[in-house]
Design a protein around this ligand. Structure first.
Ligand SMILES: *Cc1c(COP(=O)(O)O)cnc(C)c1O
Length: 366
């Protein structure tokens, strides 16, 4: 059995640098709000073509504190995609606001920007597009709608660091961009981690305070805050890994190209819009007999994954609220029955890619 993602293979390629960075932190013992965090925030902002970056505990917290920073409160509505990881919808609810879902485009799996306007009400405050699988959402249209209706745009870029939309880095297009450094993401640390990036000084300052007990000066608490800092050990690791992100993303892109050239006659391959540089957090194909193909590949030593088997509006936690029902978002519901993610990571050997493609072609001919 090959691994679905191989974090150890990546560690081996940068072991010396990582080990020495970790040892440095241990020797300095500046674990919280240390030197590496400061450097990482500068480097990350620059990489994302944004003025400010603030590291925090996780991508989920990045979304949560973004919503808090723009003042989302009970009764507000926030528009997002139903076909994603649950984090964005979850934090909207945690603040007492209502997630208003919109169906997806069948080819990119991203929020269908053409359906956003009809979901806007007087209570709508923000839109959270998700750049799913590393493919940018239709940002020009989303920004146009948001500006017209005076809504904030928070990009969930947890799966898409380094992706570009019309040449611009995603993350820097909306008001705030949210990143996750969960180990298996394109830029992953060795634990939980996340960050926001923004060009808005006030927002950056407020989030920086919120994640540190509402304070700028020790033991003076101006806002009702929380504890969600990115620890310095993780920041030191991320500082090393950030140097390699373009190389790793380009590797993912070439693996995706290889898969597509071998498989395009057998499956529905991911689309790549002319306006996008997609960074393939996942290489997700679409097939009718998903469960059968999944177990066939598994029997042949190839693990796969389903992102995501249930659209958010049909998750048990949402079902109980009786806001949405089956059939409300047919494109997302259909996708959730047909998508299958194949192994993709920069160190994936070429012969494995060929083997996976051969198996899928063989399955189709059965
Ligand atoms: C991973 C992920 C998150 C959450 O990130 P964590 O760091 O795990 O909290 C949010 N949104 C999407 C789309 C993700 O893939």
């Amino acid at each position: 059995m090959i691994p679905f993602t191989d974090l150890r293979a990546q560690y081996k390629t940068i072991k010396k640098e990582i080990d020495s960075a970790i040892a440095d932190v241990l020797n300095r013992s500046d674990f919280i709000l240390g030197k590496d965090l400061e450097i990482f925030e500068k480097n990350l902002a620059k990489y994302c073509e944004s003025k400010f970056a603030v590291g925090m505990n996780s991508g989920t917290d990045a979304l949560f504190f973004s919503l808090r920073a723009i003042g989302i409160k009970p009764g507000d509505e926030v528009i997002t995609s139903t076909f994603s990881f649950i984090a964005a919808a979850e934090v909207i609810l945690l603040l007492g606001a209502k997630p208003v879902f919109v169906d997806i485009e069948p080819d990119t799996y991203n929020i269908n920007a053409r359906l956003i306007e009809r979901a806007i009400t007087k209570k709508t405050k923000a839109i959270i597009p998700v750049h799913l699988y590393g493919q940018p959402a239709e940002m020009d249209l989303i920004m146009k709608i948001a500006r017209k209706h005076k809504l904030f745009v928070i990009e969930d870029a947890a799966q898409a660091i380094g992706a570009t939309y019309k040449g611009k880095k995603i993350c820097s297009i909306g008001d705030i961009g949210c990143l996750s450094f969960f180990p298996a993401k394109n830029l992953g640390c060795y634990g939980d981690g996340g960050a926001i990036v923004t060009n808005n000084k006030q927002i950056a300052k407020k989030i920086k305070m919120l994640i540190n007990h509402g304070s700028q000066v020790r033991y003076r608490h101006e806002l009702l805050g929380d504890s969600s800092r990115l620890d310095n050990l993780q920041a030191s690791i991320l500082n090393i890994k950030l140097k390699y992100i373009d190389k790793w993303n380009n590797k993912r892109i070439s693996i995706a190209k290889e898969y597509t050239s071998l498989l395009k006659k057998s499956i529905v391959a991911p689309t790549n819009k002319h306006y996008a540089k997609t960074v393939y957090q996942q290489y997700t194909i679409r097939v009718k007999q998903r469960e059968k193909l999944k177990s066939f590949l598994f029997k042949n030593g190839i693990p796969t994954s389903v992102h995501y088997p249930t659209p958010i509006h049909l998750q048990p936690v949402f079902k109980k609220m009786k806001i949405y029902k089956k059939g409300d978002f047919p494109i997302a519901e259909k996708a959730s029955n047909e998508v299958l993610s194949l192994p993709i990571y920069p160190e994936l050997p070429k012969h494995i890619i060929s083997k996976i493609a051969r198996l899928i072609i063989q399955f189709n001919e059965k």
